[in-house]
Design a protein around this ligand. Structure first.
Ligand code: GRF
Length: 201
């Protein structure tokens, strides 16, 4: 059975969608831990309510990015995961950390990458005047919000959209494609060929 560790920083609605799908669909998976970099991440309570071990490595207690990533990596590796799932984990990761989990760490980013990297993606989409926006699940590489794409979903942008209304529409799609993508990994269906993800049937 594959083991996964989920990293969160806040409410953890994507984490919750993954936990719920794994239970409802009886995935062959052990969600070994949910780890946060903040003590006030509300998602920790949901994980605990499902009997999943939780841990916190407080990022602001570390004087450097390297020191934090080293501590986080040793905490994650206590659980020996096959896959690390970043679910609203609001940290820029060092290349050593990313390399350690190469090919076994996924992230969800609320835009159609490669458009709109970084923060405030819904406002970036509104400012650009795009008619279609969305979300991307991708393998994590050293470059921020890059890496081989596993899945994308699109939503329309309406004339009267605000950042909030657009975020809400995108989030509904996040909760569909992230569990789907994680399940493909767990079932061994993902491979990366020339920086492109192939999904076997
Ligand atoms: C999501 O929009 C995700 O795409 C982004 O941060 C947000 C986290 O939301 N990376 P949640 O904590 O999963 O509810």
């Amino acid at each position: 059975m594959k083991k996964i560790v989920i990293l969160i920083s806040g409410r953890g609605s994507n984490m919750q969608a993954i936990i719920d799908a794994s239970l409802a669909q009886k995935w062959p998976v052990n969600i070994a831990a949910v780890i946060s970099n903040r003590t006030d991440a509300t998602g920790l309570q949901y994980a605990a309510s499902k009997g999943i071990p939780t841990a916190v490595v407080v990022s602001k207690e570390f004087s450097s990015r390297d020191a934090f990533d080293t501590a986080l990596q040793s905490k994650i590796d206590e659980f020996a995961p096959d896959l690390v799932v970043l679910a609203g984990f609001m940290r820029i990761l060092t290349s050593g950390f990313v390399d350690h989990y190469a090919g076994r760490m996924l992230n969800i980013h609320p835009s159609l990458l490669p458009s709109f990297v970084g923060l405030n993606t819904h406002q970036q989409a509104l400012d650009a005047g795009v008619k279609v926006h969305g979300v991307t699940v991708h393998f994590v590489t050293a470059e921020l919000d890059h890496g081989p794409i596993v899945a994308q979903a699109t939503v329309p942008v309406h004339d009267d959209d605000t950042e909030e209304s657009l975020a809400k529409r995108v989030l509904l799609q996040e909760h569909i494609i992230y569990p789907w993508a994680v399940r493909q990994f767990i079932e061994g269906k993902l491979s990366i060929v020339d920086q492109r993800v192939r999904i076997s049937q």
